[in-house]
Design a protein around this ligand. Sequence first.
Ligand SMILES: NC(=O)c1ccc[n+]([C@@H]2O[C@H](COP(=O)([O-])OP(=O)(O)OC[C@H]3O[C@@H](n4cnc5c(N)ncnc54)[C@H](O)[C@@H]3O)[C@@H](O)[C@H]2O)c1
Length: 315
Amino acid sequence: MRDTVVIVGGGKMGAGIACCAALAGNRTVIIDITQENAERGQINAAKNIDEVAQAGLYTTEQAEQAKALLAGDTELARYRDSASMVIEAIFENLPLKQNKFKELDKIFPAEVPICSNTSGLRITDISALCEKHVERTVTTHFWFPGHLVPLVEVVVGDRTDIEVAKAVKATLNSWGKAAVLVKRDLPGQLANRILQAVIRESVNIVEIGLADPEDVDTAVKMGMGIRFPVWGPLEHIDAARLDLCQNVQRTVLPEISARQDPSPVFAKHVDKGEIGYESGKGIYDWSVKDMDELAKNRNDFIIYARKFMMERGLL
Ligand SMILES: NC(=O)c1ccc[n+]([C@@H]2O[C@H](COP(=O)([O-])OP(=O)(O)OC[C@H]3O[C@@H](n4cnc5c(N)ncnc54)[C@H](O)[C@@H]3O)[C@@H](O)[C@H]2O)c1
């Protein structure tokens, strides 16, 4: 019986994905290079399960059942006959992923979808060495933190069977995720293309001195951002009238950034070693700003929004 989700790579994302798979009632095994790594992934997946249960998204009973479905291992071949799907979440390195996909393609029969959690690589390139059933390879890009953010981008590669991608999308939706189908294998998938457009203009506004970083972040968080969980940009233009939005584009588009290379704002900071929170300084000075508090607020808000959407049947 094919009842096991096989997650390859038990790091930050592997543990988040394992949490989602187990809470959906699947036997879930994390495969890593060493048993110690696999078990660390399993422990972190269990912590994620406890976090979402304590937040009230699942009952204690559901959490206990999910934790009992988790395992850690190093032997992929042991799951040849029980795997329902495989999700790879190893390091973001193309040759490493290509070799892993070649191995996965050899081990698992044709009916098992083989998915990559890559954030930036093309599934077409990741599956380039697959010789048996490349048509069942697809990207499933869970957004970080994987156990909290609903979005998963399912990207169709040049040689992916669209029906496999649609079936994977349906499976992820049945787990309670918000899976979207990305029909072509282009850089940025879907959501990162939009995020990069927002980042490009945010950095541009700082660069031209139109507003300070705090005010840019406040404008995004308290304006469009607070509406976005229930009010998408395309729904917005229909509500606002297309002819009005057409006029706004005529006026605003010539004024905003259309640059094709990274803004010099990045080089200005990076050249001084100011790479952000990790070095203590980036756009902000992190000696006077608290990243832990920021991340806690982010996670608490996501949980709050997810509860709202579950109550309204939106998720
Ligand atoms: N961290 C994020 O915000 C984020 C978000 C979305 C997608 N991703 C993508 O998810 C993937 C994993 O990222 P992460 O942040 O979880 O990485 P990570 O470094 O936290 O974990 C990677 C894990 O893979 C294991 N691993 C490496 N090579 C392996 C192999 N050959 N076989 C089995 N296990 C192996 C490592 O031991 C480690 O436990 C990457 O492709 C990354 O780009 C990351």
